[in-house]
Design a protein around this ligand. Structure first.
Ligand code: ADP
Length: 342
C-alpha cells in the first residue's frame, strides 16, 4: 500500500481522566518512515498520548494515519503496531506461535506466515528457540519476541511505550539501535516513548518534548540540543548553564534568560599570549568519561559555568587545580538568549 500522507497526524489531541487533564491540544505529525521519540518528565502525558493513538483511552481531537481517520475506529481496527514495556506474550503459544500471531491476524497466507516468522526469529536471534515455551525466556528475549510479533506484519506505524525500560543498560542500548535498524528496513514510522534522552538522541529523527500535557518543542536531535525553545526545555535536555531573571540580567546582553552552550565555548589557563575573553577561575574539577568537568567562576557575570574539558584541550592532559586562573571565550554562537536584550 503506497503511503498517502503522513504516517500519523494529530490535531488538538486531548485526554482527560475525570478532572485531570493529561493531554491538551497536541498537534503532531509523524512522516512516513520517520522515528519520533516522545520525552518529558514522569506524568507529563506520554503514555496517554500513545494510548489515545492506539485507541485505548477516549480522546478529543483528530487522529489520522496515512489519510485514514482513526479516532472513530476501535483499537483492533486501527492497524497500528503496539509494543509496551511489559508486553504480555501468549503463554499458550510457543515462541514461533507468538511471532506468527500478528501475521495470522493480518490474514497472511500460510507460506508467507512461515517465511516471515522464520526471518523474524533469525533477525531477533531466537531461531533456535522457535519451539520453546515463552515462560522459559529471559526478559530481553521476551521483549524481542514481542517486537518481532509486532513488526512481522510490517505495520506502517508502530507505537512503542518504553519498550526497553526493563532491560539492563547494555542490552537496552543494543536492542534500541537494532529496533531502529529494523524500522528503517521496513520503512515503518514509529512514535516511541522513552525517559532516556540519550536513547531518543541516538535513534530518533525528531524528538517531541511534552510538559504537563502540552508539546513544547518538536525538533531534530541536534536542533533540540542547540536551540531548546525555552529555559525549561534547555534544563530538561541536560544543559547546566541556564540562567533566568536577575542572574541572566548580569550576563552579556542582559537577556531575560540565557543558555551558554558549553561545547561552543573555550577555557584556557591564563598566561602567555594576550587572550580575548572573560576572566574565569577553575573552582572545581571532577573526572567524567571523556575528560573533566570543570566549574568555572566568572566574576563579571556573577555566575558559575560548567565546562567539559577533553584531555587534549588542557596543558599536559591534566585537570587544572582549583584556583587556576583562566580565560573563557564565549562567542555569540555559544549563546542562546531569550527575551529582553536577546
Ligand atoms: P507519563 O506517561 O508521561 O508518565 P501519563 O500519560 O501516564 O504520563 O499520565 C499523565 C497524567 O494523567 C498524570 O497526571 C497521571 O497521574 C494521569 N493519569 C494517567 N492515567 C490515569 C488514569 N487511568 N486515571 C487517572 N489519571 C491518570
Amino acid at each position: 500500500m503506497p503511503p498517502t500522507g503522513p504516517a500519523l497526524e494529530l490535531e488538538r489531541l486531548g485526554v482527560r481522566y475525570g478532572a485531570t487533564v493529561a493531554l491538551a491540544d497536541v498537534d503532531l505529525r509523524v512522516e512516513a518512515g520517520e522515528i519520533v521519540a516522545l520525552v518529558g518528565p514522569s506524568g507529563c502525558g506520554k503514555s496517554s498520548l500513545l494510548r489515545a493513538v492506539a485507541g485505548l483511552v477516549p480522546a478529543a481531537g483528530d487522529v489520522r494515519a496515512a489519510g485514514r481517520a482513526l479516532h472513530e475506529l476501535p483499537a483492533h481496527r486501527r492497524g497500528v503496531g503496539v509494543v509496551f514495556q511489559d508486553h504480555a506474550l501468549f503463554p499458550h503459544l510457543d515462541v514461533a506461535g507468538n511471532v506468527a500471531f500478528g501475521l495470522v491476524e493480518a490474514r497472511a497466507s500460510a507460506a508467507v506466515r512461515r517465511a516471515r516468522t522464520d526471518a523474524w526469529l533469525t533477525r531477533v536471534g531466537l531461531a533456535d528457540r522457535a519451539g520453546d515455551d515463552v515462560d522459559r525466556l529471559s526478559g530481553g528475549e521476551r521483549q524481542r519476541v514481542a517486537l518481532a510479533r509486532t513488526l512481522a506484519p510490517q505495520p506502517p506505524l508502530v507505537l512503542l511505550d518504553e519498550p526497553f525500560a526493563s532491560l539492563d543498560p547494555g542490552l537496552r542500548t543494543r536492542l534500541s539501535l537494532e529496533v531502529a535498524g529494523w524500522l528503517r528496513e521496513l520503512g515503518s514510522a514509529a512514535l516511541f516513548v522513552t525517559h532516556d534522552l540519550d536513547e531518543a538522541l541516538a535513534i530518533a529523527d525528531r524528538i517531541a518534548v511534552l510538559r504537563e500535557g502540552r508539546l513544547v518543542q518538536v525538533a531534530a536531535p541536534h536542533e533540540l540540543m542547540a536551540r531548546p525553545t525555552d529555559p525549561w526545555t534547555a534544563r530538561f535536555v541536560g544543559h547546566e548553564n541556564v540562567w533566568e531573571g536577575a542572574e541572566a540580567a548580569r550576563l552579556p546582553g542582559a537577556p531575560a534568560a540565557a543558555l551558554l552552550l558549553a561545547e561552543r565555548a573555550r577555557w584556557r589557563a591564563a598566561g602567555g599570549a594576550q587572550a580575548d575573553g572573560t576572566a574565569a577561575t577553575c573552582v572545581a574539577a571532577s573526572p567524567v568519561r571523556d575528560g573533566w568537568r570543570l566549574e568555572l567562576e566568572v566574576p563579571t557575570w556573577g555566575a558559575r559555568v560548567a565546562w567539559l574539558a577533553r584531555p587534549r584541550e588542557l596543558l599536559g592532559g591534566c585537570a587544572p587545580r582549583p584556583g587556576t586562573a583562566g580565560i573563557l571565550e564565549a562567542p555569540d554562537e555559544a549563546w542562546r538568549r531569550w527575551g529582553d536584550g536577546g
